[in-house]
Design a protein around this ligand. Sequence first.
Ligand code: HEC
Length: 485
Amino acid sequence: MRVKTLLAIPALLVPFAALGQAHNAVLAEHQPHYYDVQDWGIDPASVTFADHIAPILQRSCQNCHRPGGGGPMSLQTYDEVRPWAPVIMYKTAIRDRMGAMPPFYVEKDIGIDGFKDDYSLSDLELAMIQAWANNGAPRGNPANEPDPLVFDDSTDWTLGSPDLVLRGPDMTRPAVGPDWWGDLGLVPTGLTEDRYVKSVEVREVNDIPVADDTKTVGGRYIFHHMTYTSGVLNEDGTAVDPETRESWPIHEVGRNADIFSEKAGRLLQANSALHLEAAHLHANGRETTGHLEFGITFFPRGYEPEYTTRGPRTGNGIDLDIVPNRAGQEVHNYVVLSEHTKIMAFEPHLHAPGVRMCMEAIWGHNIFTLNCVGYDHNWVKQYVYDDDKAPLLPKGTILHTIAYMDTTANNPNLADPRNWSGAGRRSVTNMFIDLGYSVTLTEEQFQAEMAARRALMTDRNDYDIGCPLCWAPETVSSTVAQGIE
Ligand code: HEC
């Protein structure tokens, strides 16, 4: 929640570096987040690769920065890391803005802190990287370095081995050619019973040699993105019944896997198929043949989801008017929630001009900033809330999403800063959507969720940012009391 008066006074007392935290979405004015390890009582000269930096790289970087990992260079050994020290310092210090590493752009100084699979760096970790790089990136005692991580590339699914792997058709793109957009048809699941899906991860498998370093993410793949649905096959297996259609999160280059909430698994029916409705392929500079694989894990047999109805979509896909050469452009969208709603995931979806998206909940005279995240059109990130941190919004809440655009030459993702652009599907046009998802709750479910939150709070001054009614006096809804619901 934004508390303006509190911010104003300590600002006079804090060191200059911390002022860099102030957020505005103008790329040219964005300040790196610099810290001083001495504020944690640590002598800057004592920070070494062996003792402090290697563990950070293992946890947050090496999954990508290793041979075959998708990152442009390996950051495993001291000799590999040492030349990059100043760049690592800068890329991690920009933290939540376009170009930052690791690519996880949630702004930490505002809103809810509680996301699944959060590999971002803490203030102290940034401080240590900065002290270390500024001090000539010393190695320290090699005997103290953690054992190297062993990556099992035989499976290469970030969420572990799936229960079911489905394979799309092979596609070939020439070295150079126009983009291709179309329907890739059906992929039968082979299921003989209904199953609820716990997670889904989509990956592209292609014939680009792993060791052949292409320097860019786009150069390693031909599938830019794909939207797909599923449903029960008709008798001759040529189409899915539209009545049974379920939508799935989009596949996009650089996107993380989807983990559904324990309470909101998604149905994949007996005799169903995936329908790969809209694939966007691009040429990457070398002739490439590849296909998509879908790694699916299930909830145990007999599982039934508690929450089955999805909440509304937010965003504005129609009347966008993004003018050339201007920073700080904002687009707003308001949705009134007609049911109690739990927001499970936030996924800003913008195009090249996008630099930031915020989501706030307006309840009565209160405005809660739920989260603000930076945006980089090179990366597509979904931020999944921890179950006990996800926003719990009463019906009547106005959900306000704000997108920030920068169309100046400071935005390297733009094709040309002189172009006006409106709304549309292509990357040179714009989108403004939250692709995350929410579920609606009955009165009883809402009260039960709030009771669980209240039990986590230690006293009345404890605050749950996403739960405006958590401290409201408990009442039994008259409809529940009368057994009407
Ligand atoms: C999810 C995969 C992923 C993770 C995690 C990740 N990186 Fe990267 N990194 C990349 C990719 C891909 C690029 C090149 C494209 C780009 O810059 O967006 C890159 C670029 C970089 C660069 C710039 C290289 C250059 O040529 O200028 C640095 C430095 C870097 N990463 C450091 C790190 C550090 C340090 C971490 C962990 C704190 C990290 N990365 C975590 C994938 C990743």
